[in-house]
Design a protein around this ligand. Structure first.
Ligand SMILES: Nc1ncnc2c1ncn2[C@@H]1O[C@H](COP(=O)(O)OP(=O)(O)OP(=O)(O)O)[C@@H](O)[C@H]1O
Length: 503
């Protein structure tokens, strides 16, 4: 076994470190070998499914000496490219652990307490410390693994990005060791968060995105399960840079969106376009190729339209989709099975007109014979109220009220994140200056001006055109929920699509 990245050596005042880590509540004995006597872990191991236990035993047997460093406790995640295990770090106290933000937060305690603790070092009970071990499947290419390692290295030192502690390799097996973050499953809080809570969530997320943006790194897989949010600590950490990529300077003619002039022409050109029905049988045009990596439902329009000039702004769109889930109280928001479906879901909200425009921006055409799509976009406030109110009468009542300051601010931020045109979308750094990020900060001076005039909207029909399939679909959801709240299908836009000949 070889260590790809050496742990920082332990030549510091270890005693101070140890003293700083004391937490009486979670105290755990550690014997001379360094193994903890954590009863919870032992009980946990009994509950570990047979298959997971076998996997963990295999990892231990593959990596010589691993068992002296880490005690694998349970499997905590399984993705397309890796499995993730929670493990106790048996050598924690031998190393400088700058990555440990929990302990850092705790060391901010009064001097008198820490000096008292220091005197008890020899005899004290040490708290068990955990890491997350990510086992990358051997099918991943070495270049992909190296890319993840390099990007994690570049992004080190951020409180909102999970840093790499170390990495281990044995032949084709690679383990990444990351801090373990106690977090809350998104499904447990997304429908109950207040605007202030949502603001805190997004400030952490955008802090991480702004750091990526300043280094021109696209994460490519922004979604709730990759942003580990701890509700109690009100802190989140971005993980999983397995698909991350460094932006390359786009060639000006690689896509109309890549240069200001051609983007302007493209934005206008779609108006004159006359769609030709059918498709070219012997199409000799070169196929359009671009990185489309990501998770369905979170891909930005430019990714779906195979834009070769993608940049960090794709992650802002994905963050916008998460925000839409918070506000509509629907997760997942989109549930497409392929890219065409995904574009249709987006078109349900933005309407055909804007879809044609964004397609032209990336050198494509958008045409569909799905006659239930509207030309114009759906108003975000109406969509959110409709999806989140639970009953048509509450929806109507809320719609009649002027949005609160918090709601207006949040809607403004949502619109800026979910901007179809990637050149007009808010950047992560700009987002950090948006007032929405500071809703919970009593010292923040707000400059956001909400519209003073408020026209009571027509409430007979929730959307512009009540005859569309989408409106009927939304209405059905509302009706169902009025009678009996449905927990079966939380995805607003999940619906059967009529057969499409030409999209
Ligand atoms: N540092 C960590 N602390 C706690 N849990 C973690 C940590 N890293 C990952 N996890 C858990 O493991 C899951 C999978 O991790 P990760 O996203 O890195 O793997 P993946 O194979 O790329 O998954 P996917 O294909 O779903 O994106 C996460 O959703 C999370 O629940």
């Amino acid at each position: 076994m070889s260590s790809l990245i050496a742990k920082q050596s332990a030549n510091l005042d270890t005693s101070k470190q140890v003293a700083d880590e004391i937490d009486e509540c979670e105290a755990t004995d550690i014997d001379e070998e360094g193994k903890s006597d954590n009863k919870e872990d032992k009980e946990c191991m009994h509950n570990v499914p047979e298959q997971d236990r076998e996997e963990m035993e295999e990892i231990i047997s593959t990596f010589d000496g691993l068992e002296n460093q880490y005690n694998l406790v349970e499997k905590i995640g399984e993705g397309t490219f890796s499995s993730v295990y929670k493990a106790e770090d048996l050598k924690y106290y031998d190393y400088i652990n700058d990555w440990d933000i929990d302990s850092k937060a705790r060391t901010k305690q009064p001097e008198s307490e820490t000096s008292n603790d220091r005197t008890e070092i020899g005899t004290m009970k040490r708290e068990a410390k955990y890491v997350a071990i990510k086992k990358i499947y051997a099918t991943s290419s070495p270049m992909r693994i190296l890319n993840e390692l390099e990007i994690l290295y570049l992004l080190r030192g951020m409180d909102t990005i999970a840093p790499l502690i170390t990495a281990l390799r044995n032949e084709d097996q690679v383990l990444l060791v990351l801090p373990y973050y106690q977090h809350t499953d998104f499904r447990q809080f997304y429908s109950t968060f207040s605007y202030k809570d949502i603001s805190v969530y997004f400030r952490c997320l955008f802090e991480a995105l702004a750091a990526c943006e300043s280094l021109q790194i696209m994460h490519r897989d922004i979604k709730p399960s990759n942003f580990l949010f701890n509700v109690e600590r009100k802190h989140g950490v971005l993980v999983d840079f397995g698909l991350a990529e460094r932006c390359s300077r786009p060639l000006p003619n690689s896509c109309p969106c890549a240069s200001r002039d051609s983007a302007e022409v493209a934005r206008e050109s779609y108006k004159d376009y006359e769609p030709a029905l059918g498709y070219v049988k012997n199409d000799t045009r070169p196929s359009k190729r671009a990185n489309r990596a990501g998770t369905r439902g979170f891909r930005a329009p430019e990714v779906l339209l195979k834009c070769p000039a993608q940049n960090t702004i794709i992650d802002v769109w994905s963050a916008g989709v998460i925000l839409l889930s918070f506000l509509t109280k629907r997760f997942p928001m989109f549930n497409s099975k392929d890219d065409v479906d995904a574009l249709m879901e987006i078109a349900c909200i933005f309407g055909k007109n804007e879809m044609r425009q964004v397609a032209a921006l990336h050198g494509c055409t958008f045409e569909t014979n799905v006659n239930t799509l509207t030309e114009k976009r759906v108003n975000f406030r109406k969509l959110i109220l409709w999806a989140s109110c639970g009953s048509a009468s509450i929806y109507k009542e809320k719609l009649m009220h002027k949005p609160s300051f918090e709601e207006s601010l949040c809607l403004d931020f949502l619109e800026r994140c979910l901007e179809l045109d990637c050149n007009k979308r808010i950047t992560a750094c700009e987002a950090m200056a948006h007032d929405f990020m500071y809703l919970d900060d009593p010292t923040h001076q707000f400059s956001f001006q909400r519209e003073t005039s408020f026209e009571k909207p027509e409430t007979d029909s929730p959307m512009e055109n009540d005859s569309t399939e989408m409106t009927q679909h939304f209405s059905r959801i509302l009706k169902d929920e009025e009678n009996e709240p449905s927990t079966q299908d939380m995805s607003v836009l999940k619906r059967k699509r009529p057969s499409v000949d030409n999209t």
